[in-house]
Ligand binder design. Structure first.
Ligand code: HAM
Length: 427
């Protein structure tokens, strides 16, 4: 006898039953509305890419987590782990004809062969908003403003989340000020991004394997203790000892906070030098959003990546964007809003007592649907009590039940299932 096939989806993959779709739709609706409100144009792409486009150097998590295979013609194919390389490819393809800056948005299903932890699956949907071709920090502000807007549209308040913001250029300035040469910075970023997930001793080993001295490693960890922009600036300026000097990276962050104040979401932001990001393509401002209690994994993350277009062979273009997954935010919404909050009741449940009322019920349903109402027509006859208990348990807000007397009278009562109020509908 053949082995019983498991009814579970493959490990880390997800099924969405109707009760799960209620949450998914709530989250996706907020993504779409916030993207649209901020003027991002929707785009989409194929879910597989050439492995060559997605694979990057070792040490970077996402690069190591790619699902890949050879197709029947021996092409090396990969499932996308994120949307950014695909976006870069699509932009490069039309770089001569697009009117920059472009603001694009999508909800992309992504696959990562990850170690499974809370909030991390092997497949997730990720809302992306990217601006390509805008150098000014206004681009960061537009992307971050849209993300905060999406969270509020889902029913959260500014007190529920915080976007932690830093600048890789600032970290570079600080590392340089400590005497660590620029060619070592990328490796230091990758090590520091793992802080909190791996013991410091292991990270120190990683850095020393890449040629850092004990003093360099100590200086690197000390930088992570910098708490304010003023303190960061003082460190950079002390090292350069330039009179009236400036730190371009600090200035850029200050400008971001100033513009966010004008846009009305500065209270959602916080400077945090420890935000590095695990992807190697970021070049400037980087950010990661967490729930205020720090109970969950990152809600969204992103930043500026000015070299990706040239890395894949396109013309130079500055870019900034974010990826906002559906998994963590859904866990957070269930915790903050309650497990039932996903389901707003709507529409009419239409039922009938005997086969003789079935046609009238169908006709009424067609009439209500033509008038724009959502109607769930019962497929089987039912006794009144049975019907109303089903209606109450359904996703419908109202119910109409047709018995022989209603059909004879040519009208029936529509009941509001919450208030019990009744209105008359003509059949
Ligand atoms: P990322 O930080 O790797 O960035 O992912 C962004 C978000 O996607 C995370 O904050 C999280 O919400 C969600 N996410 C990532 N991996 C998983 C997973 N295994 N399970 C569930 N959710 C996950 C990027 O992907 C960048 N491409 C974002 C970006 C766009 N940067 C610029 N433009």
């Amino acid at each position: 006898m053949a082995d019983q096939i498991s009814f579970e989806p493959p490990r880390g993959m997800r099924d969405f039953y109707p009760e799960d779709m209620v949450w998914r739709n709530k989250v996706f609706d907020a993504f779409r509305a916030a993207g649209e409100a901020a003027g991002f144009e929707p785009y989409d792409a194929c879910v597989v890419e050439s492995y060559e486009l997605l694979a990057r150097k070792a040490g970077e998590e996402v690069g190591e987590q790619i699902y890949h295979f050879h197709d029947k013609s021996e092409r090396h194919i990969a499932l996308r782990a994120e949307m950014t390389p695909t976006l870069a490819r699509m932009v490069a393809q039309r770089q001569g004809s697009l009117a920059f800056p472009i603001k694009w948005t999508t909800i992309a299903q992504c696959f990562r062969y990850e170690r499974m932890t809370k909030g991390r699956k092997r497949e997730h949907y990720q809302w992306n908003c990217d601006i390509v071709g805008e150098e000014s920090v206004l681009a960061e502000v537009e992307v971050l403003g849209a993300a905060c807007d999406a969270l509020r549209r889902m029913g959260l308040t500014n007190a529920d989340f915080k976007v932690h913001v830093s600048n890789r250029a600032l970290l570079s300035e600080l590392l340089a000020a400590s005497g660590i040469p620029a060619d070592k910075h990328a490796q230091v970023f990758l090590a520091l991004d793992k802080r909190g997930k791996m013991p410091d001793e292991e990270l120190a080993h990683m850095m020393k394997d890449n040629g850092l001295s004990d003093a360099d490693v100590a200086a690197t960890f000390a930088i992570m203790d910098v708490k304010t922009l003023d303190a960061a600036e003082a460190l950079v300026l002390k090292a350069t000892s330039a009179e009236g000097g400036t730190s371009p990276a600090v200035d850029r962050l200050r400008e971001l906070f100033r513009l966010a104040e004008i846009a009305g979401f500065a209270e959602c932001l916080e400077f945090d030098i420890s935000v590095i990001r695990g992807l190697s393509y970021y070049t400037g401002i980087v950010f990661e959003c967490f729930d205020a209690q720090r109970e969950f994994r990152a809600i969204f993350g992103g930043g500026r990546y000015d070299n990706l277009l040239t890395t894949i062979g396109g013309q130079p273009a500055t870019a900034v964007g974010l990826g906002f997954g559906d998994v963590v935010v859904t866990e957070l919404l269930k915790a903050r809003l309650g497990a039932d909050a996903g389901s707003a009741k709507k529409g009419v449940y239409v039922g009938w007592m005997f086969p003789e009322q079935r046609d009238a019920a169908l006709k009424l349903s067609a009439k209500l649907r033509a008038a724009g109402e959502v109607v769930n027509l019962a497929l089987k006859k039912a006794k009144p009590k049975q019907f109303f208990s089903r209606a109450s348990a359904s996703t419908c807000a109202k119910a109409v039940f047709l018995g022989p007397d209603d059909v004879a009278a040519g009208q029936a009562k529509m009941k509001d299932l919450a208030t019990r109020e009744e209105t008359v509908v003509a059949l």
